[in-house]
Design a protein around this ligand. Structure first.
Ligand code: HEC
Length: 149
């Protein structure tokens, strides 16, 4: 996975695999294409992300990543897209809650990034993520049984 995403020119795509992993095993995410996923938070974000529902507002500069893969009935594993959320400075984008959402394909191409190339391609991320309670700052976390304690 790392080899695939690191072809991207996005720095987080090269680094996220060194961040703290918050999932204790891959779990299926219906909202991210029914793929198996893992969740990670950057050094700046992980202290806060670990509070889960009591997170408050994410610090500017915190980054969250979710990598993904699929397994065929024959057992063939394929890398899926990489999903990123980066908390930007206040005023970056009101509608997104100042989060920059980025979607990167397995071969490293960026499908879209908020306020950048293909911004409209990641609008659906904002539409769903902003549906969480206001005090969770657009973060959904992960099902309790898959959380690292
Ligand atoms: C239909 C709703 C929905 C859409 C669309 C969606 N997400 Fe999510 N996202 C979730 C849910 C629910 C979770 C947590 C549970 C899970 O992974 O299934 C989550 C978790 C995440 C996380 C981990 C951080 C967190 O919130 O705890 C990242 C990063 C993420 N999504 C990025 C994206 C990006 C980038 C897009 C668009 C390309 C996107 N998501 C589209 C619902 C959505």
């Amino acid at each position: 996975m790392k080899a695939a995403y690191s072809k991207s020119d996005n720095l987080w795509a090269k680094w996220y695999a060194h961040w703290k992993k918050f999932s204790n095993q891959p779990y299926v995410s219906a909202t991210h294409g029914g793929r198996f996923v893992h969740n990670y938070a950057s050094k700046k974000a992980s202290g806060q992300y670990a509070k889960f529902e009591n997170v408050g507002k994410m610090t500017h500069g915190g980054v969250l990543a979710k990598d993904s893969f699929t397994v065929t009935p024959q057992g063939k594993v394929s890398v899926g897209p990489l999903f990123l959320m980066e908390k930007m400075k206040a005023g970056f984008n009101k509608a997104s809650g100042d989060w920059r959402y980025t979607l990167i394909m397995p071969h490293g191409q960026t499908v879209g990034t908020t306020n950048g190339k293909g911004s409209k391609n990641v609008k659906f991320c904002i539409d769903c993520h902003t549906a969480v309670a206001d005090n969770q700052d657009a973060m959904f976390f992960l099902p309790a049984e898959f959380r690292v304690k």
